[in-house]
Structure formats: structure tokens, C-alpha cells
Design a protein around this ligand. Sequence first.
Ligand code: GAR
Length: 193
Amino acid sequence: MVRIGILASGNGSNAQRLVEHFTGHPHAEVVLIGSDRPQAHVVQRAWDMGVPLYLFNGALLRTGAVLRELQGQQVDLLVLAGFLRLIPAELVKAFPERIINLHPALLPKFGGRGMFGQHVHQAVLAAGEKESGITIHYVDERYDEGEHIAQFRCPVLPGDTATTLAERIHDLEHAHFPQVVEEIVRRSSAVVG
Ligand code: GAR
């Protein structure tokens, strides 16, 4: 079994899709949802779905407590689903090519510190882009710079606002993210057993 941990800071719709996708799965299970924001809706979602919840703050992330918790829970694959903090180098090193991030734009454009959620969509609209999309990539010590795994595209339509574009991007994420994680699980279950 591949043991999946999810980190999320916000609404948690992608975290929920992942949990649903892997419920009853023969090769993988979501064993933990971690969040750095106790008031985020993802916390309620984890509670409602009965997934073990781990709350932490920035200091616990930086000082290695989160790493120890993930290791203690024998997490094999860490999935960032709307997680907004930088992953410390020590954690990256402990999970080589085993941390995956979902970004709501076509990297390398519109990435980096401060580029999350609505900020990304506002920047895409301000730049007059004709298309946007999502990038699923491995995580390294820098924001949004790890190796790309997959990208999916959608149009930016005349009259779009950050809200309407965000909805289109979310649809794309919900349609593809669990499938891409599934593919990675398939590859790594050969290693994990
Ligand atoms: C998603 O659109 C995800 O791509 C984005 O946060 C949203 C979380 O939505 N991630 C980032 O911006 C990371 N830089 P959700 O909480 O409903 O899953």
C-alpha cells in the first residue's frame, strides 16, 4: 500500500477529491490530511470524511516536527493540494520525488512566492493570456520550480473574472489531479510494494 499524506491550507476541494478517489483503492490510501490553518474548510472536510487530521504551524514545519510526523505515519507520498507554505529543504530531501504540488497556472509562468489562488488568476487576466491551466510537478526547495509531471490547459474567455477563471481551473484540477496521482502511485507501488 502506498500511504498518501495530503497538506492543504484552504478550501480542500482537491484534498476531498483525492480522498474519494483513493477510498477502497487496492494500492493506496490517504492516511493523513495536514493543515497549517485550523480555520480552513479542509479541516472540516477531513473531519467529515474521517481522515486523521494533523494541525501544525510554520515553526513546526521549519523545525522538523512535520517531517517526523510524516515519517511516524509512514507516509510514502506527500501531495500538496492548495498548500501555501514553502517546503523546507530537509523535508524535500527526506521525500525525493515523493512530494507533488498542484499549481493553478501553466508554470513557469505565474509561479513563485505569493502566487496562489486568486492572485494567480488575477495575474493571468492582467497579462492578457488567452489560455491558462494547471501544472502538477515535483516539489523542490523553491516555490513552483520542481520538475513538471503534467500540464492541462483551458481557455481564458472574454469577460472572465478571477472567479470565473478559478472555477474553470478547479474543474480541470478535479478532473485530472487524482488521475495523475493515481499514475504516480502505480509507478511507486512497484517500489513500495
Ligand atoms: C487550487 O486551485 C490549487 O491549484 C491552488 O490552490 C487551490 C486550492 O483549492 N494552489 C496554489 O495556488 C499553490 N500555489 P482547494 O483548496 O479547493 O483544493
